[in-house]
Design a protein around this ligand. Structure first.
Ligand code: RUB
Length: 308
């Protein structure tokens, strides 16, 4: 099995998970593909690079970070005039994406931590490195905080979250997903991550995120989304809908637990409209969901629509 196939498999089976991590893994796999390429022709390299991209992107459909990471790695390859130039460009692009992505998570931590006050009780969902970076930074600054973390069925990424926070010395309480509305009366601020943010400011994140947002909205609890700007989806600018991944029913019920006639629906992400989001915390600073279009249009350049 090639390294690209192996990375793709590890993303599909969730050994590598979380939007930032899968983006970095995808970009690194493309960088490794370029560095270890054994062919001698530029045309063959470009063709095989395209196949590697398709293999990686087939692994998980929802997080646009993977698409952005992989495309950042291959940017400009088709304009190269020699194999050596293409290999060096792609491997350099991949390394830069991984480095910039890690820096973005740190910058988000430092910006977001300013929103956390001494004595705050926070709620988080699933296992987001961007959101946990913010919380751990506030804790390391000496702020006295408490955190509630949801279990996040069916994969129970909340177990990773409580372990990570406990290891950092944070006072953390695990709750089941259906306790969210009930615990909201104890919460001062909610911090979650993002898999994708659309051009009109809709958040796509772990299933259940939208119910945290609704419950927070009901009690006027600020709801913050911690997201690197490579979680912004350029495809949505062109009208594409985000594909919500549905995973195998074996993640929800054990074999024989329910009759075969019972259908099981296992969507793993949901959508939260921008009106329930107080702010996005990005490496470019705090912004409103309504600012996403402008940031994306600027990143893509003024001729983006005329290129179609
Ligand atoms: C993970 C999830 C996380 C985002 C952001 O889902 O929804 O909130 O990916 O994570 P899954 P990060 O476990 O299904 O991949 O901030 O680490 O990019």
């Amino acid at each position: 099995m090639s390294a690209v196939e192996e990375t793709s498999l590890r993303i599909a089976n969730m050994s590598i998970r979380g939007a930032g991590r899968i983006a970095r893994a995808g970009a690194s796999a493309i960088g490794d593909f370029a560095r270890t390429y054994e062919g001698r022709e530029l045309d063959g390299f470009i063709r095989d690079l395209g196949k590697a991209v398709d293999t990686l992107l087939a692994s998980r459909p929802t997080a646009v970070s993977l698409w952005n990471g992989v495309h950042a790695a291959i940017r400009g390859a088709e304009d190269c005039t020699s194999l050596e130039e293409a290999v060096s460009l792609v491997s350099g692009n991949a390394d830069r994406f991984v480095e910039d992505s890690s820096k973005a998570v740190k910058r988000i931590a430092s910006i977001g931590a300013r929103r956390i006050c001494d004595g705050d009780t926070l709620l988080t969902h699933c296992n987001s490195s961007a959101a946990l970076g913010v919380i751990k930074e506030a804790h390391s600054q000496g702020k006295d905080i408490k955190v509630y973390a949801t279990e996040s069925r069916p994969w129970r990424q909340g177990i990773l979250t409580v372990n990570e926070l406990a290891e950092a010395g944070v006072d953390v309480t695990l709750v089941i997903d259906s306790a969210v509305r009930s615990v909201m009366k104890r919460i001062d601020k909610v911090f979650v991550g993002a898999d994708t943010i659309t051009s009109d400011g809709v958040l796509i994140n772990k299933i259940g995120t939208s119910q945290l947002a609704l419950a927070a909205h009901e009690r006027r609890v600020p709801f913050y989304v911690c997201a690197e700007t490579y979680k912004f989806s350029p495809m949505t600018l062109f009208g594409d809908m985000v594909v919500i991944e549905e995973r195998d029913i074996s993640e929800v019920v054990r074999p024989g637990e329910v009759p075969d006639s019972v259908k099981v629906f296992n969507p793993v992400f949901d959508s939260t409209p921008g009106r329930y989001i107080d702010a996005l915390i990005t490496e470019l600073g705090m912004m409103s969901p309504g600012s996403v279009y402008g940031v994306m249009a600027e990143q893509l350049g003024p001729t983006v629509f005329s290129k179609e």
